[in-house]
Design a protein around this ligand. Structure first.
Ligand code: BEZ
Length: 213
């Protein structure tokens, strides 16, 4: 296990899942991927998280993104639990859950933090781009369910800032004004890149309408 950092290549693996054996990089294909761990099957917070992920499947697809969950429970447990998720969260789980009983993926991605939770994965999130580069990570404790709207928001920011010389400010959401990266200073380039104009609140703080809206 090595420490995984932003900009690193997401390690490849093969593992069983509720959608059959998965070869991770091949499964990811050209998509953005949200690989996220949860502590255990048949637990309340995890049930709500996986239900919400299923409910947001259209929102993931719109962004060219796919979700894949992992916990150290075996396949038969995942399969039984999916019925409960579908029933209680009024949804259909339509993404794979890795059956990581041998902790292969959990170890590779350092998802077990024994001083927080013994022998089970904490709530890790890896946002991985189509080149298999880790672009964002989020880690929550078992007691705090994640905000999957935030995960979509991060994907929106990454996809926007990959394509335009902007960054997204505090609490930004798709459609809000963005900031121009400080490295762009040439007036001609500013005019060409930001035809809608910009407001220089400070020389380093320049707000502009979201360029792709
Ligand atoms: C839960 O998903 O509800 C949960 C899992 C492990 C510890 C605490 C809560």
């Amino acid at each position: 296990m090595t420490t995984l950092r932003l900009g690193d290549t997401a390690p490849d693996f093969t593992q069983d899942s509720t959608a059959g054996p998965i070869s991770f990089h091949k499964w990811a294909g050209d998509s953005w991927v949200v690989l996220f761990s949860h502590p255990a099957d048949f637990t309340p917070v995890c049930t709500t998280e996986l239900g919400k992920t299923a409910a947001l499947s259209g929102d993931f697809a719109k962004r060219g993104a796919k979700a894949i969950a992992v916990s150290v429970d075996p396949l038969d447990s995942h399969e039984k639990w999916i019925s409960d998720i579908n029933e209680t969260q009024n949804t259909t789980v339509n993404f794979p859950i890795l059956a990581d009983a041998d902790k292969k993926v959990a170890t590779l991605y350092d998802m077990i933090h024994p001083n927080s939770l013994a022998n089970a994965t904490v709530r890790s999130v890896f946002i991985i781009d189509p080149k298999k580069v880790i672009r964002a990570t989020i880690t929550y404790p078992a007691s705090t369910g994640r905000n999957f709207d935030e995960i979509l928001r991060v994907i929106d920011s990454l996809q926007l800032t990959d394509n335009y010389k902007v960054a997204t400010p505090v609490n930004w959401k798709d459609g809000d004004d963005v900031v121009i990266v400080p490295s762009i200073q040439d007036p001609a380039e500013l005019a060409q890149r930001f035809p809608k104009g910009f407001k220089a609140v400070k020389p380093y703080l320049r707000m502009t309408p979201q360029p792709n809206k």
